[in-house]
Design a binder for this molecule. Sequence first.
Ligand SMILES: Cc1ncc(C[n+]2csc(CCOP(=O)(O)OP(=O)(O)O)c2C)c(N)n1
Length: 555
Amino acid sequence: MMQMTGAELIVRLLERQGIRTIAGIPGGAILPLYDALAGSELIHHVLARHEQGAGFIAQGMARVSGRPEVCFASSGPGATNLVTAIADARLDSIPMVAITGQVPLSMIGTDAFQEVDIYGMTVPITKHNFLVRSATELLEVIPAAFRIAMSGRPGPVLVDIPKDVQNQLVSFAGFPAPAVPDPAPVLDMAAVEAAARMINAAEQPVLYLGGGVIHSGAAQQAVTLAEQAGLPTTMTLMALGAMPLDHPLSIGMLGMHGARYTNFVLEESDLLICVGARFDDRAIGRAAQFCPNAKIIHIDVDPSELHKIKAAHVAINGDVARVLEVLLPRVKVSLRKRWLSHVESLKTRFPMQMDGLDDPRSHYGLVHAVAAALGDEAIVTTDVGQHQMWVAQAYPFRRPRQWLTSGGLGTMGFGVPAAIGAALAAPERTVVCFSGDGSFKMNVQELATLAEEGLKVKIVLMNNNSLGLVYQQQTLFYGKRVFASKYRGAPDYVKIAEGFGIAALDLDTAANPRAALAQALAAPGPCLIHASIDRDQFVYPMVPPGAANTEMIGG
Ligand SMILES: Cc1ncc(C[n+]2csc(CCOP(=O)(O)OP(=O)(O)O)c2C)c(N)n1
């Protein structure tokens, strides 16, 4: 028999699960666990400056590694500060295990100091959650948390552990095996056959890839399917990188800020093959008018997504990589010359228009200059706003897990901590975070964490001194009544970075911005690159909220 405290047991189970980095902030109710963590020779603890930062650091690691990563927070405000990062992980299907301390069992329900019902609060935003009532339960709960986070459609799991449970002694015969994912659903082969027949018979099919393609490691299979069947291929915001943007079959990102031709190609399609996507409103616009003439094949590991927004003619529940593997030998080789040449003509008539690509001081030009200096190995994170959409439109993503962005929840403040997490998971790579001056200030405290870890994270701050996307919407859709979206103050971001001990470059004053940028990106360690952006540069095209994709304006 082995004997240890609940806290020591948690640390051993995390080590055995392969966890090597945990981001968090200690506090009274989680101190026994921190005391045990101090004794771990395997796990590096990253001290975040706000629990939301810790949550996004864990997410950044998970988005790069593809496996569940862990964050810690104390009870009460520590736990509530995690909530946004958990909800964000839920909407983007990111595997994460959040462990929170809780007041002792006997004090639960007494309004004890720093008591909140984080279990109750996170029911709707986790895949599952646990309130642990005895140290023995940990032997089951910790592996179960990982198994649930990574099985099927990934997502966040919360484990709330009262302080006395952490201190309790537990005796047990042996450690449970580290968790592995549940087997994928058994495939409905008749549905696969039907899908193959529909693809073979289609005249104007389009392949529509979502984040599930990235999560299931199916990018290669998806590209092979596209090539074999001659399928023009569009990607959601979450799927960028699944097919290289410069692949001849790529028609880029669809939806609210997709190119005109992309949305027009979809409008004309007679078959939509949706793989690991969920018909999100930002992608499809007004649902009734999306692909009005197309039959739909929908492949997803989460059965609740099938028929949710659009009824599918053939729905296949399964791991998308596996489904594509089984589908491939049944799909005929097709050059599909007529349809592809029509797609090409739409592309020529309604291309993605990006002005100023050669000018590193313009928004698109800056994104391109960064991409040109970095190459394919770099990882890109963003915050939320115009800058996020400009990067999505202009950055030449060529591989899965190269692009980390808050898609579903659209959380300002995601970029910097997610970049820290990405750099922790892939220290050999350069990580660049494109941020806006509004978003940047939402987790600016994590610059201290970044400086401490000394990671190669480059923050490109696109400063229009406003909440740009709000300013854009007010200008376009609220009769130019601009309210609460322009800042009156103008912080000195170079000094802010330097105050945190981070090198900074101001592109506004650089004699040769392209050379200065390349030098800053190549240097070791973190750097903030500040660039002023014209506030009246908008993101186009744009589908007005609630409109059909074909009703896009601008661009
Ligand atoms: C936490 C949070 N609060 C509010 C919003 C609503 N919102 C979306 S974009 C945006 C403005 C973002 O400004 P900034 O980060 O400067 O980026 P820009 O649009 O100027 O590029 C706001 C307020 C949000 N997405 N997230």
